[in-house]
Design a protein around this ligand. Structure first.
Ligand SMILES: Cc1cc2nc3c(=O)[nH]c(=O)nc-3n(C[C@H](O)[C@H](O)[C@H](O)COP(=O)(O)O)c2cc1C
Length: 178
């Protein structure tokens, strides 16, 4: 072992990382926030946590509504992930701009996204400030899958085993090689 700066250590373990979109709606506004930072946190009840910076518009929408949807993008949504992940819903309608179809959810107000491989409806069950991000813990209250989910989108590095899809603005996207 050698002692290194954190950035050098992160280069070893940080990628690949599956991407999920946090979708939230409040006060007639909605947005989509692609996230790398998420984890399962409970089996019963089923829960997942996401880490969202307070500067994100989606952070305000989740904090205001107490709900969010986790939508899992497939390989055809790399460009949409890049755009939604580099621009704010404060300034644009990401659904209209990226031609994404909002479907009504069963329990929460935030919409499902028809083009995604799976959608999880979540109610905020806990919240923790973690440095410069907020961890929202969501209880999963309904789950949906696409008729043909396909391969899920990942943020990748240079490792083998992944099929490269798109590189833009410092982000590289790919899927697990079939
Ligand atoms: C691949 C990728 C992963 C990202 N992961 C996170 C994350 O885990 N947490 C976070 O707060 N922002 C993350 N972002 C940045 C947000 O998606 C981005 O700031 C987005 O434009 C916020 O949109 P909003 O202001 O409409 O909520 C990520 C962006 C990309 C492209």
């Amino acid at each position: 072992m050698k002692n290194v700066p954190l950035s050098e250590a992160r280069a070893v373990f940080a990628r690949p990382e599956r991407i999920v979109w946090a979708v939230a709606e409040h006060g007639g506004r909605r947005s989509i926030c692609p996230l790398g930072w998420k984890m399962n946190t409970s089996i019963t009840p089923p829960m997942m946590a996401i880490s969202v910076a307070p500067a994100r518009f989606t952070h305000d929408l989740i904090a205001g509504s107490g709900e969010f949807v986790l939508a899992w993008p497939g390989e055809d949504l790399a460009e949409a992930t890049y755009v939604c992940g580099t621009r704010s819903g404060r300034d644009m309608d990401k659904f209209a701009q990226m031609k994404l179809t909002a479907l009504p959810a069963q329990v929460v107000k935030a919409p499902l996204i028809a083009e995604c491989a799976a959608n999880l409806e979540c109610r905020v069950a806990g919240r923790l400030t973690s440095g410069d991000h907020t961890i929202f813990v969501g209880e999963i209250v309904a789950a949906w899958v696409h008729e043909s989910p396909g391969r899920l989108l990942c943020s990748i590095g240079r490792e083998s085993g992944y099929e490269f899809l798109l590189q833009k603005g410092g982000y590289r996207f790919g899927v697990i090689r079939a």
